[in-house]
Design a protein around this ligand. Sequence first.
Ligand code: PMP
Length: 353
Amino acid sequence: MEFLSKRAKGIVPYTAGEQLNDKRYVKLNTNENPYPPSPEAEHVLRSFDAARLRLYPAPNADGLRETLARIEGVSPENIFCGNGSDEVLALCFPAFFDTDGAGACFADVTYSFYEVFARFFGVPFLTVPLKEKFYLDLSAMKEAKCGGYFIANPNAPTGVGIALEDAEAFIESVPDKIVIMDEAYMDFFGQSCAPLTKKYPNLLVVKTFSKSYSLAGMRCGYAVGNQSLISGLFRMKDCFNSYPVDALCQAVCTAAAEDRDYHEKTVELVVKERERLRGELLALGFVVPESKANFLFASHPSRGGGEIYSRLKDEGVLVRHWEKPFLRDFCRITVGTPEQDDILVQKLKKILS
Ligand code: PMP
């Protein structure tokens, strides 16, 4: 322990959701997609030539960037790929914020990794409370004294989304500050700011293969932005890890990204099921804000979030709960298949009876 630096000793790391295998759970706790990845991606995975692994992968994931550029309607120079969107978000801190600068701003209730990254990179930060009904307070954020923003849209863990026109008005209103839009769940909302990166040099959009592409286990995320922002991320990558996206990952993600029909079909299934599950939870008396993501944020007037979480766990259903002031009444429930969700609802009925 005495070998640890002060920073390593002092920092509170991000707590990832449980990945338990003590028994078979209905796993609705880490916003994974309940459907398998694209068959095209699976085919590439199965036919991958292991001899290729002798060599280092393309350091900048050029093939994958070309495919993503086509999908996003930009040039490959406007795309950066990393080892999960977490890594892309992490690199944004040293790329765009100084340790003695104006700092980063984000909501008080949002993806908790932003705060961990800020502390890890020594970047000052401030948080802005959510408004009523869990909406982001964009006008308060606009006035905040900061150098830039991290905005999860849809937000986690609430699932609340910002409409495209409101997002654009905000980006336009802060031309001297960078806006990093974390669109990990955007495919379930369909109002991406990515096309706006051509219009606003202060906008960087970050996306992932973990959710809508069902590839959380592959670890790939990417950023879309103007060339100067993207080259900033490349500078940071090449100070840290030259090959963050492995060869197999590049091949599989390229195939998944190219299979537009499958992507659209699975997103549609999840969105349809999200609305059905929300209806079931409302009928059980839960309070559930309208979600634009692949999860629901639910509280019950007669039971604490912690109680629901642990009773569900005993019943073999995993959801996410945080023992924190604003969050403790709620559970975050990932939308599963209709069969998984039926089990959840049946267990909830038992717990509430
Ligand atoms: N952003 C948000 C808002 C998330 O919830 C997550 C998933 N925990 C991520 C980014 C990171 O996803 P990944 O690293 O798997 O791309």
